[in-house]
Design a protein around this ligand. Structure first.
Ligand code: RTP
Ligand code: MG
Length: 139
């Protein structure tokens, strides 16, 4: 299988609970290489751009407020079958439904404050990585 990339964010709940190191340790233990990573913070407007695909969903406004409520870590990850394997590692959107041992089961607080983001396709991984990182940072 080809090596490819996905994009993740450690969300404000997990960052604020000092779980960044724990989450990154799980990601590395699962065989992902960190290509790029940074601590940053989204404005509500920029969160709105990132989650634009969800703008018609009822939770969009709350999601943008939540995602701009504190620091996050944005990161590009590399592994064989990265997008699919990372979605397995993070678990279901609602931590209550997430399989034991997944990142959201361990560190998620609610369906919204669910610890991490993971891209849902190769195309979106590329778009989302470029939202935070220049080509010079993606090595
Ligand atoms: P993500 O994009 O963050 O990896 O999460 P996902 O694919 O599992 O879920 P998605 O449907 O794309 O939703 C994006 C994020 O919106 C928040 N959400 N809130 N209140 C709600 O019902 C609700 N549903 C989703 C979560 O933070 C979710 O990760
Ligand atoms: Mg999603």
């Amino acid at each position: 299988m080809a090596t490819n990339r996905t994009f993740t964010m450690i969300k404000p709940d997990a960052f604020g609970a000092n779980n960044t190191g724990n989450v990154l340790a799980m990601i590395e233990a699962a065989g992902f290489r960190l290509v790029a990573a940074k601590i940053t913070r989204l404005s509500e407007e920029r969160a709105g751009q990132f989650y634009e695909v969800h703008k018609e969903r009822p939770f969009y406004g709350e999601l943008c407020k939540y995602m701009s409520s504190g620091n996050i870590v944005a990161a590009i990850l590399e592994k064989e079958n990265a997008v699919e394997d990372f979605r397995k590692l993070i678990g279901a959107t609602n931590p209550k439904d997430a399989e034991a041992g997944t990142i959201r089961a361990k560190y998620g607080e609610s369906i919204e404050a669910n610890a991490v983001h993971g891209s849902d396709s190769d195309e979106n991984a590329q778009i989302e990585g470029s939202f935070f990182f220049s080509n010079l940072e993606k090595f």
